[in-house]
Write a protein that binds this ligand. Structure first.
Ligand SMILES: [Zn+2]
Length: 121
């Protein structure tokens, strides 16, 4: 992963993250990169308000988005499905959630519309 995409992901995280315990916002000084490997990245967020620590795992999926004729909102939605993890009961997103989404996207006969419908149920 190059620095620019990493920076973009951190910026997006800071803008949209709300602490699962107290809904406090964060800034980039509260975000620490735990590790990266290829397209995978784990970041640790320390809430400045209640000091809850959350591990967030994200993965960059190489998608040929411009050729798919989908809206900007849908692209954002895909991005954030990968980012946002429920941290109330467990600290890490399940591997299976990432695998499921990967599978859904890669399914040959899966249209983007189906993908959204399936995941919004
Ligand atoms: Zn908090």
């Amino acid at each position: 992963m190059n620095f620019q995409s990493l920076k973009t992901m951190i910026d997006n995280l800071v803008q949209t993250y709300a602490c699962p315990s107290c809904t406090s916002k964060i800034d980039d000084t509260n975000v620490e990169i735990v590790w990266t490997a290829g397209s995978n990245i784990n970041v640790e967020v320390a809430c400045p308000q209640c000091e809850k620590h959350s591990i967030i795992r994200a993965q960059v999926i190489p998608l040929d988005l411009p050729s798919l004729n989908i809206s900007k909102e849908q692209i954002e939605w895909i991005k954030w499905q990968l980012w946002i993890t429920e941290t109330k009961n467990e600290d890490r997103i399940k591997d299976s959630q990432i695998v499921d989404l990967n599978r859904a996207i890669k399914k040959n006969n899966c249209s983007i519309e189906e993908l959204f419908n399936d995941n919004q149920k």
